[in-house]
Design a protein around this ligand. Structure first.
Ligand code: I3P
Length: 128
């Protein structure tokens, strides 16, 4: 289509507020530090932002704030991980480089949508 941004600006798939903690860096275990994070799924990456209060899904644009960190979803693995936390609705994302994150929402439908959207990106990258 004329509006296709393929090859220039990556497609914004999803954005929202989740609780996040990194639990491993390069395969080395880290101490949990749960914090609210503004999470943006754009192109092949999951991007984390601080200061979630200043963000909304409709106002977010790539480049208008500095990401805290970014995860390449190519080859990543996603698993439900309620055994890894006392919180409900937790999944684990593990990157090919051995970085591991837990993501969580108190709202069942929210976490299910994130899980399936991230998994669909991982599946798409697996097929490339
Ligand atoms: C951790 C903190 C985390 C908790 C973690 C605790 O204690 O309470 O919230 O993870 O449990 O160790 P601290 O603040 O002293 O580091 P969950 O909320 O995910 O259960 P864990 O060690 O069993 O992972």
């Amino acid at each position: 289509s004329p509006d296709s941004s393929e090859g220039t600006t990556p497609e914004l798939e999803k954005a929202g507020l989740l609780n996040k903690t990194k639990i491993a860096e390069g395969g080395r275990k880290l101490r949990k530090n749960w914090t609210p994070s503004w999470v943006v799924l754009v192109g092949n990456s999951l991007v984390f932002f601080k200061d979630p209060k200043s963000q909304t899904p409709s106002s977010w644009k790539p480049g208008n704030s500095r990401p805290e960190s970014s995860v390449d979803l190519r080859g990543a693995k996603l698993h439900w991980a309620n055994d890894l936390s006392s919180k409900k609705n937790v999944f684990r994302l593990r990157t090919v480089t051995g970085n591991e994150f837990l993501l969580q929402s108190e709202t069942d439908s929210v976490i299910r949508e994130w899980y399936s959207t991230i998994q669909s990106v991982i599946d798409r990258l697996d097929r490339e």
